[in-house]
Design a protein around this ligand. Structure first.
Ligand code: FHN
Length: 624
């Protein structure tokens, strides 16, 4: 979760005898406001997003003074990520400033960093120009709290921007709105012992400071991306984000801005909340992958390799490279970008554990990159064997666990195709059509006009040698036609409908609790979950796997199969003890008078007090 900042306001106003206002007050860098009045950007969203949608994979860099303590201070190790150490250990700003003389990155090699990103298969780099501690990695004209206060005494961003561009990488800058140090920022932190301005903290002045700095970094580094963060506190409002976004686009019409410039981000899910004006070009899930692709929505999941964004000496909880590759495939399979983080040390070195994993990802992408770059979300409703992406007439199947003899059901793919494993060719799979195994990967009916068999499955024979996460390319003779069979009864006469496959009416939406998708935010009688199914006439037992807190229990729900209420059953939601405690309850039985293609609908009956329930699945079982 976003670490909530304390809302503690300082009650006493300390009047400093002498208060040196940042440059913006002294006028040393009065922003050229006339530039804000220029016409709105002339670059369409599709034009500016084109390279970004192709890129699919970027490197995030969290680097700043927090790399000096690296999670430890005064004999204590901070809980959570190291870049939050000022907040988590409530370090007085005057104490935190003592890290500046220790920040001397003599081993900083921007060309090496850019080469590491390039060899990893990243297409862009985003580095923190200024995190929540307010410390600037460049020589800011409107602040003394910057790299000039360190022994390094020169710009850290320009050489990296140049090195990235020399490697053909795009370059982006992260900029935090939240500022634990700035005297004008509110809510002021209790441990901020910087003198207050004589006229007290003025957030409007802080906004000017932010605008001046954003103008500085766009003018100086011409970034392709402005990655805002720290927008969640009440003092930052949508109107601030609108003018900041407008500034970015006036200064650089083709710049890409994330949704954290505004207030619509739904916490770590990162997508835009309904009913809040959304700003920016892409959504920003953090440390998670949305439960499913969102057609027409650009999004990027940012994640750490261990648990800390900044370098944290004690954090050895590294994800292995196979997991990182699977995450890349899962994200691309849902149509998103993966922004994977490194936290360099105060000396300027990327940790060897990060380099090792990035190299492994680069080696995998050298073989299978075509299945990631320039692709869109895969066409299948579910991919229990891994992930799938698509590009033109090709579909790419990323196999997370290649088990000899396993079968991949491709019945939904109605176009003739050829299948081959991208590194080893077709020698590692065969086709099973209508339960006859045919040698070789070709569909028996090569002609598009031929009858397309009812069930088509790939049989995985011997695993490809020497690779993990093999990728199978299905090359179709036309734009792949997909007809997903409706969910129907299994051999045991039951059908389980998972949250992930439901069509939801807002405000209900899929969220993950315990790592599993479920339908939550069920706070309105308008909210419904609908599944399209194929069911025979008959009597069915109905079970729900749900959770509910004691406070929200007592609402009434109804499960309906088909259009009329004769095949419907209602019940009262009982407490399971908490939203994170799921139980399967048997609701009762209903009769489907006329089977066929039907809809299963779950909704509230009457008004709702609080949330109806969190629903993980609906199960229908034939009653003999
Ligand atoms: O608080 C920050 C955190 O330190 C880190 O920068 C992440 C990366 O996106 N963003 C915020 C938490 O959502």
């Amino acid at each position: 979760m976003i670490l909530q900042c304390s809302r503690l306001f300082i009650s006493c106003v300390v009047l400093a005898a002498l208060w040196l206002a940042p440059g913006v007050l002294a006028g040393s860098f009065a922003p050229d406001k006339s530039r804000y009045a220029q016409p709105a950007t002339s670059v369409s969203p599709d034009d500016r997003m084109a390279w970004w949608r192709e890129a699919r994979f970027g490197m995030f860099i969290h680097w700043g003074l927090y790399a000096v303590p690296a999670g430890d201070w005064n004999g204590k190790t901070c809980g959570g990520p190291s870049e939050w150490i000022m907040q988590s250990l409530k370090i007085p700003v005057s104490e935190y400033k003592k890290f500046a003389p220790e920040f001397n990155p003599t081993k900083y090699d921007p060309k090496a960093w850019a080469r590491i990103a390039k060899d990893a298969g990243c297409k862009y780099v985003v580095i923190t120009s200024r995190h929540h501690d307010g410390f600037c990695l460049w020589d800011s004209k409107v602040s003394e709290w910057d790299v000039m206060a360190t022994p390094w005494k020169r710009d850290l961003l320009k050489p990296l921007a140049e090195a990235c561009r020399a490697e053909g990488l795009r370059f982006g800058l992260y900029y935090s709105i939240l500022d634990w140090r700035h005297p004008d920022y509110t809510p002021r932190r209790a441990w901020n012992d910087e003198p207050l301005p004589p006229d007290g903290a003025r957030f409007d002045r802080f906004v000017e400071y932010v605008q001046a700095q954003v103008e500085e970094i766009i003018t100086a580094y011409d970034p392709d991306i402005l990655w805002f963060d720290g927008e969640w506190e009440d003092t930052w409002r949508t109107a601030h984000g609108e003018s900041l976004e407008a500034l970015c686009r006036r200064l650089k019409p083709d710049i890409i801005v994330n949704n954290r410039v505004g207030k619509a981000r739904d916490d770590m899910a990162g997508l835009n909340k309904p009913g809040v004006k959304s700003l920016g070009d892409f959504c920003t899930p953090e440390q998670e992958v949305p439960s499913r692709g969102l057609p027409g929505v650009d999004w990027e999941s940012c994640m750490t390799m261990n648990d800390s964004w900044g370098f944290k000496r004690s954090d050895k909880n590294w994800k292995d490279s196979e997991r990182l590759i699977h995450t890349l495939c899962e994200i691309a399979g849902k149509g998103g970008n993966y922004l994977l983080n490194v936290g360099p040390t105060a000396e300027g070195e990327i940790p060897p554990e990060s380099i090792e994993r990035l190299r492994a990802m680069g080696a995998w992408l050298k073989v299978y990159g075509t299945s990631i770059y320039g692709t869109t979300a895969g066409p299948f409703r579910s991919t229990p064997w891994g992930a799938a992406t698509q590009n033109g007439n090709s579909i790419y199947l990323h196999i997370f666990d290649w088990v000899q003899g396993a079968m991949i059901d491709l019945t939904a793919l109605k176009s003739p195709f050829k299948a081959r494993e991208m590194q080893n060719g077709s020698g590692v799979l065969t086709m099973k059509v209508d339960d006859q195994v045919t040698a070789g990967p070709r569909r028996p009916d090569a002609k598009a006009s031929a009858r397309v068999p009812d069930r088509t499955r790939l049989v995985l024979t011997k695993p490809p040698d020497g690779v993990h996460t093999p990728v199978i390319e299905l090359r179709c003779e036309e734009r792949p036609r997909i007809v997903e069979p409706r969910p129907s009864l299994g051999a045991d006469g039951s059908l389980t409908l998972p949250a992930i496959d439901a069509k939801l009416a807002p405000p209900a939406k899929v969220e993950r609790i315990g790592g599993k998708p479920n339908i939550g935010f069920w706070t309105s009688p308008r909210a419904t979950a609908v599944w399209e199914v194929e069911l025979p006439t008959g009597r069915y037992a109905v079970e729900l796997e749900l959770s509910c807190t004691p406070e929200a229990a007592g609402n009434t729900f109804r499960v309906r199969v088909g259009a009329d209420d004769r095949a419907a059953i209602s019940g009262t939601v009982k407490s399971t003890g908490g939203w994170d405690r799921f139980e399967t309850i048997r609701v009762g039985e209903l009769t489907v008078e006329e089977g066929g293609r039907l809809e299963v609908t779950v909704g509230a009956v009457g008004n709702l007090a609080g949330g109806l329930m969190n629903l993980r699945s609906v199960k229908l079982s034939q009653v003999k």
